[in-house]
Write a protein that binds this ligand. Sequence first.
Ligand code: PLP
Length: 367
Amino acid sequence: MNDSRVQLRSAITSLPAYVPGARIPVGASAYKVSSNENPYPPLPSVVAAIVDAAAEINRYPDMGNTEIAEALATFLNETASEKARARGEITSENIVFGTGSVAVLAHILEAVVDQGDEVIFPWRSFEAYPIVVSVAGGTSVPVDLKDTGELDLDAMAAAVTERTKVVLVCTPNNPTGPSVTHSAVMEFLAKVPRDVVVVLDEAYLEFVRMDDALDALAALEAHSNVVVLRTFSKAYGLAGLRVGYAVARPRVAAGIRAAATPFGVNLVAQRAVISSLEARDELFARVDALVAERTRLQEGLRAQGWNIPDSQANFVWLQLGERTISIAAECTARGLLVRPFAGEGIRVSVGEPEATDLFLELAQEWL
Ligand SMILES: *Cc1c(COP(=O)(O)O)cnc(C)c1O
């Protein structure tokens, strides 16, 4: 059973593999700081909602995601800045859900990219980008980061051509960590043609603590080509349930929705989203604790003499070049699973305080 004459598209056979973060082997004990997950177990109230939902899984979920869209719209309006609300409130018309924001991103591309159209993204950045672009039939246009690990928005604006359909802005950037400022994004948007979609991928939004932080909903208010991309996987701790969403102008949102898998977001995930939005104060207190832990990790590394980018996310980046793979192996041997990018560096998620202690102890030895 190992051959077939079926012709796969060349875009599929030449895809780079998505390398998932290392998993803890059964029976072993280690800290998993390889996938930017939330180290806290789910809240009891969220688990209770999930258990209740399990009794109803003989039924299809609400295909229109009506209830979660309304709950999310209410939450976004409550927390939106005045600038973001200048021309009215967000409604469920503006929101599209999917099975993780990676799936939503794929649907955005399917909705606007024709064969050979160009999609610009920073690089090194989220490794799913070149994959979803190829699957959609697009051509990847990676634009180098600055030496500081920051996005080079000027170079990205300069890379726009007549074939460009989408620009992906990853902020904070995975795996390096820095965020772009609101002013820089507004300047960038002023240079990009209005028919080019600009996706603001804010998977780590809740961890950002900086001056002039991006107000993506205000950017959407001012520019009809903006699509804001967010997820329940990281700060909300629902990575295993797969829910992400986009916020866009109604016509754009309808286009993305049309490309989405029907009944994609399952019933259990929908209930967990409702219950997580209700428990947001508890969840955001955990995010504050993780941000404090990030500060301890970054300051610890800098005190040792490491030159690291300023991370606004729940991970830090160490540029290690040729030593990357051997250092990652050493981490694994010591019970710490990190994410290596061969020849470049390692990404270490902010996890349990014990994981921070262990990492700082190891990092000291590599200098
Ligand atoms: C983790 C991550 C996502 C979200 O993943 P989902 O679990 O599919 O929602 C999106 N973008 C970036 C940059 C990420 O790091």
